[in-house]
Write a protein that binds this ligand. Structure first.
Ligand code: PA5
Length: 477
């Protein structure tokens, strides 16, 4: 199981910048308050937008695995390339799983050494980036015989994914390839019943997997949204769900001192509200875990960044999630983290063992200044540097906590995902905001529609043009 070491968030370690340990004593306001939230969360589980909490249990688990596995079985040997089209919650989980659980060289390996097709997730409409990926797959597969496109969009109306999809549909046609039916090259993950992508899938005959009802994008990685592409690339999706399931009981405990989700939510919300630590840095000491920090950024930012409370007051809630990589960012960010504003809490991720992967630093160079490294393990160095950073942060009274992975595998990554989703649910309740909507994202979408000429959005176009009318305040260099 993952463990959470939070001693460095307490006043005994970071003085006035930490939490008074009495706050965690039995019967304290915090302990009673968090127990009440746990009881509340029991009543909302599986309802409304909290269906994500049941993705790892039946009936959803069996339904999803029962649909994903035969499809993957049918498709895996047929394809050397898989291009995933999606954005936000329809991409970040896929990227994080692939990067956590497959080697960074996955796409470079020969077919017999890879655990599935090469995988590209194109989560933007930067034409240089998208074009380069399409050029590459056509260079290695000129007729697109062995390339699969996995389109992920709950709505089908997200401009970025829609544009990408229209490009690849056209490209497949030019190559004489079918999207749907026997021998098709598209798999869509979308709403099972409604929406624009559902209509397209019905019309084109694409095989589809569901984005389940009541599961929002940023909570969807353990649904077919994240599981299909992961399974295509050989990731143990049962292990991911087993890991999530194993985190279910600990994150349901009423006693917050034994409940990792309640504890993390309490630390982060309390340190923000009482001590001004409104920036939350996730710093994995592992390249494999680094992009989980990207997934976390969306979860934390979009769920908690809210103007209004549930009772309609203006609260401007939320915290700024920041990602950093240990040890790399010790040489780039830690100067700021230690001596800049004391407005952050650091979540350090540590990996205890890397079976079959650790590297022993050879003996024999004989240079005195670096002789101390001889014979040591590289993981030993990585974790010593993590411990050293922890110490250095403490010296500057910067609160931090560590989530420790026994090792990196699907089970522990599944635990981590479910843990943070539960932390977010607790934090949403503590802040008294709706953690499942994203009203502020809408205006930008409507403005884009207006700028791109979508009928019905003319007033948004006019509003953008008025707000951004040209001025002389431009410096031409
Ligand atoms: O978390 C969210 O809800 C968003 O990030 C969405 O996933 C993102 O906007 C993509 O939406 P859709 O899946 O409808 O294309």
């Amino acid at each position: 199981m993952l463990s959470i070491d939070y001693a460095n968030c307490l006043a005994e370690r970071v003085g006035v910048h930490g939490i008074d340990p009495d706050a965690l004593a039995p019967g304290s306001e915090a302990v009673e308050g968090l127990a009440a939230l746990t009881r509340k969360l029991r009543t909302t589980r599986g309802k409304g937008w909290e269906r994500w909490r049941d993705l790892h249990i039946d009936p959803m688990r069996s339904e999803h695995l029962g649909a994903i596995k035969p499809l993957v079985e049918r498709l895996r040997g047929r394809f050397d390339n898989m291009v995933v089209l999606g954005i936000g919650g329809s991409a970040l989980g896929n990227i994080a799983l692939q990067s956590a659980l497959n080697p960074p060289t996955h796409n470079l390996l020969p077919a017999d050494k890879r655990s599935g097709p090469r995988m590209f997730v194109v989560d933007n409409v930067d034409p240089m980036h998208f074009g380069a990926v399409l050029d590459y797959v056509q260079a290695v597969d000129p007729k697109l015989e062995r390339t699969l496109f996995n389109v992920i969009s709950k709505s089908g109306e997200t401009a970025e994914t829609a544009a990408q999809f229209m490009v690849i549909r056209d490209l497949l046609r030019k190559h004489g390839r079918k999207g749907g039916g026997e021998g098709g090259h598209v798999v869509a993950v979308t709403d099972p019943a409604k929406g624009t992508m559902r209509q397209i899938c019905n019309a084109e005959g694409y095989p589809t997997l569901p984005v389940p009802d009541g599961v929002g994008g940023r909570f969807s990685v353990l649904s077919p949204v994240g599981l299909f592409s992961a399974a295509m690339c050989g990731i143990d999706i049962d292990g991911l769900l087993d890991g999530a399931a194993s985190m279910d009981e600990p994150t349901s405990r009423e006693d917050m001192t034994t409940n990792p989700a309640a504890m993390i939510a309490f630390l982060l919300v309390e340190l923000a509200q009482r001590k001004g630590k409104v920036n939350h840095v996730m710093m994995p000491y592992s390249n494999h875990l680094y992009l989980l920090a990207d997934w976390f950024r969306q979860l934390w930012a979009e769920s908690l960044g809210k103007r209004q409370s549930l009772s309609g007051e203006e609260v401007f809630a939320g915290f700024t999630p920041i990602k950093a990589l240990g040890t790399t960012d010790q040489h780039s960010q830690v100067q700021l983290y230690r001596e800049g504003p004391n407005d952050k809490v650091f979540c350090l991720l540590e990996v205890e063992s890397m079976p079959d992967a650790d590297v022993t630093i050879p003996r024999g160079l004989g240079v005195e200044a670096i002789a101390y490294l001889e014979g040591k393990s590289m993981l030993g160095l990585l974790n010593a540097e993590k411990r050293a950073t922890e110490y250095a942060l403490l010296e500057s009274q910067r609160p931090n906590f560590t989530i420790r992975f026994p090792k990196i595998d699907a089970f522990h990554v599944g635990q981590f995902i479910f843990l943070w989703e539960m932390v977010t649910a607790y934090a949403g309740l503590m802040l008294n905001i709706d953690a499942y909507d994203q009203p502020a994202v809408e205006l930008g979408k409507q403005a884009t529609f207006g700028l791109m000429g979508r009928a019905g959005y003319e007033k948004h176009l006019r509003a953008v043009e008025a707000a951004l009318a040209p001025t002389a305040r431009v410096i031409k260099s």
